[in-house]
Design a protein around this ligand. Structure first.
Ligand code: SAH
Length: 204
């Protein structure tokens, strides 16, 4: 599949019916999701691999990974309503994904889902709840040797310090995340924020 085709397919997916600000529910735009996934595919981190999407929301990353040939894909999400949309989205594109309603902070979670090869995620950036991204990074490193995650631009020094001794950042890919007016505190129709996709490799 070509990048453009994946992007067009992901574009058809439904978003959050009632996005919740407290959970930082922002669907990854199809071009950015496709870019992350294609990059991971080229690095041999998707095809034939077990992939896990933490905070999968309406499923765009998980579904994209399945479409690119991941062997097994698990999507974890705390919001049951989002999981209903994600399940319907996966059916829409005939993607095989197992969705699980769970809190990434649940200490039993890694044991429940077992190890995987690659984590792909767009976690909360911690704009509403400080440090909301930390349990995501912790669980990602517990689950998989390789993680692709979307962060606010300028997060490298934080991520580097936070994962010190546990993982290394071996790639940074810049991108844009256009956010449509979603919540009352949004003042523009579309606000584009700069983001970066980081590839983290867990220390042996
Ligand atoms: N990955 C999706 C959604 C990104 S928004 C996408 O790329 O489109 C961040 C998601 O994390 C939201 O769906 C939110 O409900 C979920 N989330 C926030 N805190 C969570 C937690 N503690 N455990 C699991 N999911 C959580």
């Amino acid at each position: 599949m070509k990048l453009k085709n994946l992007e067009m397919m992901l574009q058809t997916l439904n978003g959050f019916p009632k996005p919740r600000a407290s959970l930082e529910q922002y669907q990854t735009p199809a071009p950015l999701a496709a870019r992350l996934l294609f990059h991971a595919l080229m690095k041999q981190d998707i095809e034939g691999k077990a992939a896990c999407d933490l905070g999968c929301g309406t499923g765009v990353l998980a579904i994209g990974a399945a479409l690119l040939g991941a062997d097994r894909v698990t999507g974890i999400e705390i919001d049951e309503q989002a999981v209903s949309v994600a399940t319907a989205n996966a059916e829409l594109l005939d993607a095989d994904v197992e969705f699980l309603v769970a809190d990434v902070s649940d200490p039993d979670l890694p044991g429940r889902i077992g190890p995987c090869d690659t984590v792909i995620m767009n976690p909360p950036f911690g704009a509403q709840k400080a440090h909301a991204d930390r349990p995501f990074i912790d669980v990602a490193l517990a689950l998989a040797p390789v993680t692709y995650s979307i962060f606010n631009a300028g997060s490298v020094s934080f991520v580097k310090a936070y994962t010190e001794g546990r993982a290394a950042i071996d790639e940074k890919i810049g991108g844009a995340f256009p956010i449509k007016r979603t919540f009352a505190f949004h003042t523009k129709d579309v606000q584009e924020i700069e983001v970066e996709i980081l590839r983290l490799t867990r220390n042996q």
